[in-house]
Design a protein around this ligand. Structure first.
Ligand code: GCU
Length: 664
């Protein structure tokens, strides 16, 4: 071979290698191995259906299923399966039955994931019925492609080139969602531009809906309550105005003509300056019902958010409950009240929002935030399944013991026409989709828990690690441990013991417990939440304070109200506590705060050491990128510790214990 040819061959070789081994995270957890021609010649994947979703399920199995023959069946009588499935094995064949085409697709991904784990699938019998009917992502994506609280680059949706140009990532996105059971997506920000409802944008939305359909994903839109006035040219957007009602009816009709399986609307109304029915002296029920009536003929849903608060004298944590409980029973059955997991705003730890279960005759759903607005953006490794589970497993005692948030929202304790769960997406156009490789785990965990809220955080972490990195036992065990503790770690170095909202103003990245803006809204100032003074720190929400405890059912009300019984991880949420208060550990509150901040830092240092040991298990690119992110995380953790302890020390006037890492 001439030198020149050898050179070309070498370059080709390098190119092929980098193609094959490029480990940029773009493949997410979908790294199934293609089956060999030999295996695929040996087994058959059969179906009589010609439905595109079923054919897709068939194709995925053709490509990746190494096991026995498979038969895919739709049984329209098996409605109890919802969009779940039943797998039975007999002889050399697996039979998969579902009530809906999407059920077969979920089953296909299910067995491919089990196959990856090395499960014995030749004798595999399982029935899976999803916990929630609607498992929905909320994108906070703006039409200019910025993403509110998004830390993975610009929006995936390239509005300017839609509908003519269809990025291949739209389909990859849909496949990733289907592989974890997500069946719905809200494309645009809750702070919604009215433009999304113009004919121009609706044709773009249709293009996306057409791609997602095959993957069982329905499209929803966030709508601006003032749309009739802003883009319809009406005099106002009063929900009791007949012209406004007609405008929405026509708009809904126009949408369904384009997108026959359109899901519905998500609405942020009279919240943080957004317009809403109260602008016209109407209630949230008036507003929601007007939209619900317009969309009902098409079986569409209205997800109406309960994230409402105003700068009044009333404790912000109480306001959603006060606003919505009096409206209980007034909402149409195609309205679901979408409630953030905590009463303030996606803090590292909050108690659950007491509105859950308090509305006995109104459907409710949880809204989690997968994007890490208050958890170090896409720089910090924080595995969120434990946070999601903490809320879902919380007992609200709405109908006595055992009335967990999961059971209230999934329709177990009270029948609801459709149950739902939402997660604010952490996805953007970054090559690895989520900015941090480990943030992919939070997208994955949300989907898995929406499908089955009984799964443990540990099992989900293990499954994700095996699919995403390697099945090596040492790696999986050690990294699972790191993931499982990571949420508590971030709580420790940011806001331990129930401290909350002491973030830097507006962007919410670093600490700013001292933040103050003369004339600014009190309920956006950190001191409103921490109330530090020379006596102590914390928000008194007991009967002697804002009395937010009264919104919780017994025994929680008394438990939270009494400083002796209040769980210590929420003590500063519910109490203003003396610096000298003796904690269960025997330390004073001040020492305990110092210890928690320090523990957070030490744990991140331990994660760094652990990750360094994982080098041989992981490809170089992802290893390095995660290692670099951990460097940011430790820098930030130290920053949080030093900033918060120095600030609070100006009130406590006590020394920082000798064992706390310096410098402070
Ligand atoms: C938070 C967040 C906002 C968002 C709002 C919401 O306040 O900082 O960016 O719009 O929540 O959930 O509506």
């Amino acid at each position: 071979m001439s030198l020149r040819r050898a050179h070309i061959v070498y370059i080709l070789f390098i190119l092929i290698c980098t193609q094959t081994f490029a480990e940029d995270g773009s493949q997410l957890w979908l790294r199934f191995e293609k089956v060999s021609a030999e295996i695929s010649a040996k087994r058959t994947i059969k179906t009589k259906s010609v439905d595109p979703t079923v054919l897709l399920a068939k194709q995925e199995l053709e490509d990746y299923w190494k096991g026995n023959n498979v038969e895919l069946l739709i049984d329209r009588k098996l409605t109890k399966l919802k969009d779940g499935f039943k797998i039975t094995s007999s002889g050399s064949k697996l039979q998969i039955v579902a009530n809906k085409p999407a059920g077969l697709l979920y089953a296909a991904y299910h067995i491919l994931q089990k196959q990856n784990e090395g499960a014995e699938i030749t004798h595999y019998n399982v029935e899976e019925i999803p916990s929630y009917d609607i498992r929905i992502l909320n994108h906070w994506d703006n039409l200019d492609r910025t993403v509110e609280r998004g830390y993975a680059g610009y929006s995936l949706w390239k509005w300017a080139e839609l509908p003519q140009v269809l990025s291949p990532r739209y389909e990859e996105y849909a496949r990733a969602n289907a592989s974890i059971g997500i069946n719905a997506t809200v494309l645009n920000n809750v702070n919604a531009s009215p433009q999304i409802l113009t004919p121009e944008y609706l044709t773009k939305v249709k293009a996306l809906a057409d791609i997602f359909r095959k993957y069982g994903i329905k499209v929803y839109l966030s709508v601006n309550f003032s749309s009739p006035k802003v883009i319809g040219g009406l005099e106002n957007s009063d929900p009791l105005n007949k012209d406004v009602q007609l405008w929405w009816k026509n708009k809904v009709k126009e949408i369904y003509q384009l997108i026959p399986d359109f899901g519905g609307f998500l609405v942020k109304a009279n919240s943080e300056g957004q317009p809403g029915p109260q602008d016209y002296g109407r209630t949230h029920a008036d507003g929601a019902n007007m939209l619900a009536d317009a969309i009902k003929p098409y079986s569409g849903m209205i997800m109406w958010r309960a994230f409402v608060y105003n700068p009044t004298k009333e404790d912000r944590a109480k306001q959603a409950y006060q606003e919505f409980v009096p409206l209980d029973g007034q909402f149409r059955d195609n309205v679901i009240i979408q409630i953030k997991n905590g009463p303030i705003d996606f803090q590292p730890r909050e108690p659950f929002t007491p509105l859950f279960g308090a509305m006995r005759n109104t459907a409710q759903m949880v809204e989690f935030q997968i994007t890490q607005e208050y958890l170090g953006f896409s720089n910090h490794l924080v595995y969120l399944a434990p946070l999601f589970k903490e809320t879902l497993d919380s007992d609200a005692y709405a109908d006595g013991a055992g009335t967990t948030i999961a059971k209230i929202t999934d329709g177990t304790v009270r029948k609801i026409s459709k149950s739902a769960i939402a997660g604010v997406a952490n996805i953007g156009e970054d090559v690895n989709w989520t900015g941090h490789h480990f943030a992919q785990a939070n997208w994955f965990a949300f989907g898995k828990l929406a499908w089955n809220h009984q799964l443990s955080s540990e099992d989900i972490a293990k499954e994700w690690l095996k699919l995403t990195f390697t099945k090596d036992e040492t790696f999986v065990k050690d990294v699972t441990d790191m993931m499982l503790t990571s949420r508590e770690t971030v709580v420790n170095y940011m806001m331990p013991l129930g401290l909350h909202h002491i973030f830097a103003f507006d962007h919410h990245y670093g600490p700013e417990p001292w933040g103050n803006m003369p004339g600014g809204r009190a309920d956006w100032m950190p001191w409103y939440y921490h109330n530090a003074n020379e006596k102590g720190v914390g928000f008194n929400r007991t009967t002697s304070g804002s009395n937010a405890v009264v919104q919780y059912n017994e025994p929680l009300r008394s438990l939270f109200n009494d400083i002796q019984t209040c769980p210590e991880n929420l003590i500063l949420w519910f109490h203003h506590v003396s610096w000298d208060h003796k904690m269960k550990s025997g330390l004073t509150l001040w020492e305990e705060i110092c210890t928690h901040y320090d523990r957070g830092v030490q744990d991140v240092r331990a994660y760094q050491r652990l990750w360094d040991k994982m080098e041989s298990y992981v490809d170089a690119q992802r290893f390095k990128e995660i290692q670099s992110k951990l460097k940011i995380q430790i820098k930030d953790a130290v920053w949080w510790k030093d900033a918060c302890l120095l600030y609070f020390q100006t009130f406590s006037r006590k020394p920082i214990p000798y064992y706390i890492e310096r410098p402070i």
